[in-house]
Design a binder for this molecule. Structure first.
Ligand SMILES: NC(=O)c1ccc[n+]([C@@H]2O[C@H](COP(=O)([O-])OP(=O)(O)OC[C@H]3O[C@@H](n4cnc5c(N)ncnc54)[C@H](OP(=O)(O)O)[C@@H]3O)[C@@H](O)[C@H]2O)c1
Length: 326
């Protein structure tokens, strides 16, 4: 038996190195289950993994993709306590852009039934990262201000909605004026345009309150603006670098404002905290997805055979994730 998989045999530009191939369908070993993919996500880190620049790479040839949701459709011998049809995270270690993968029954991350399937497909990377950025990096209290760039990214939309749920005030930077109203409708307190000089008016925007946290997934000029907007003792967390320029930090803000610059990587958090720690974060994410406090837009859904169109769409200006379905 075979299955479709989107694979690459060398590291490089995704549209050049990816291929839709037929590969053997795996059978579950004793103690394992086989999961059938329902929907997978396209994330910026996929390009890093396919291109060879990410913090962790797969052996070649590799199935691409890091995030997806599926259902348990076959049990290996000796597996009990897992029902066929249970919705779980697609075993992502071997690549999520394939129809079937096996995992130890004890390692499954089960998705509650109340979470809609397309929300489940995008629940495993950005929402827990946003949750940790807001709850595990600095101690914020209700009414505290934070600033972020890429406000319209999936992660940015999680930050907006979670900040609202926790009572924090958010300022989101975007590159396109047409995003201002949609982000406000999702709960953003302020939306500012990249390069507009907004950092100079920060105290008008916050009513004089200091900005305690800056979330940087872009780098370049926008990272510098954030450092200037932070209050004394504030923290900037860098967790992405959509602009690959090196960030030149403004020295005087580190000295006279005692600003802290730190990083965050969800993969490392998950490895350190183990499945129990991941489960605790996911319980919080799913509680917010189930009652509608967290809802992320989906901008397009493509079958595997149209993966090139899906990747091209992902590179266009958008407000929502692109999904792949077998
Ligand atoms: N460290 C971690 O553990 C971790 C976990 C999850 C995500 N991340 C990072 O978080 C970021 C967002 O991920 P996502 O999946 O939410 O992204 P996404 O939904 O695919 O959105 C991408 C965002 O990047 C912006 N962008 C792209 N190129 C840009 C540029 N040159 N200058 C300014 N903005 C640019 C886009 O703005 P436009 O709409 O204007 O193009 C959009 O807001 C990525 O950097 C990702 O790697 C890190």
């Amino acid at each position: 038996m075979h299955q479709s998989a989107i694979r690459h045999h060398s590291f490089g530009e995704p549209l050049e190195v990816l291929q839709l191939e037929q590969i053997p369908r795996p059978d579950p070993e004793p103690g394992e289950v086989r999961v059938q993919l329902e929907a997978a996500t396209i994330n910026p880190s996929d390009s890093g993994m396919i291109g060879g620049s990410y913090g962790r790479l797969r052996e070649l040839p590799a199935v691409a993709g890091r995030e997806g949701v599926g259902v348990v459709e076959k049990l290996g011998t000796g597996v009990s306590g897992v029902a066929l049809g249970t919705r779980v995270r697609f075993p992502g270690e071997e690549g999520a852009w394939q129809e079937f993968a096996c995992a130890a029954a004890s390692d499954l991350l089960v998705v509650p039934e109340a979470v809609p399937i397309e929300q489940a497909a995008i629940s495993f990377i950005n929402p827990p990262t946003a949750y940790c950025l807001l709850q595990k990096t600095v101690a914020l209290a209700a009414g505290d201000w934070l600033v972020q760039n890429a406000g319209n990214s999936a992660l940015g939309l999680c930050v907006i909605q979670m900040a609202k749920a926790f009572g924090y005030k958010s300022i989101s930077q975007v590159r396109r004026p047409e995003l201002v109203e949609p982000l406000k409708a999702m709960g953003a307190d302020r939306v500012v345009l990249e390069g507009s000089g907004w950092a100079k008016n920060i105290s008008e925007m916050t009513g004089g309150a200091p900005v305690k946290l800056a979330l940087n997934s872009i780098g370049g000029r926008s990272a510098i603006d954030q450092i200037k907007a932070l209050g004394a003792g504030g923290t900037q967390v860098t967790f992405g670098g959509m602009v690959s320029d090196k960030v030149r930090f403004p020295t005087r803000f580190l000295i006279f404002n005692n600003v802290r610059l730190v990083g965050f990587w969800w993969d490392q958090y998950a490895r350190r905290e183990g499945s129990e720690g991941v489960r605790r974060v996911m319980d919080q994410v799913y509680a917010m997805m189930a009652d509608g406090r967290l809802k992320l837009p989906i901008e397009g859904v493509y079958p595997f055979r149209q993966y090139k169109a899906a990747i091209e769409h992902d590179r266009q200006p958008r407000l929502g994730k692109i999904l792949l379905k077998p």
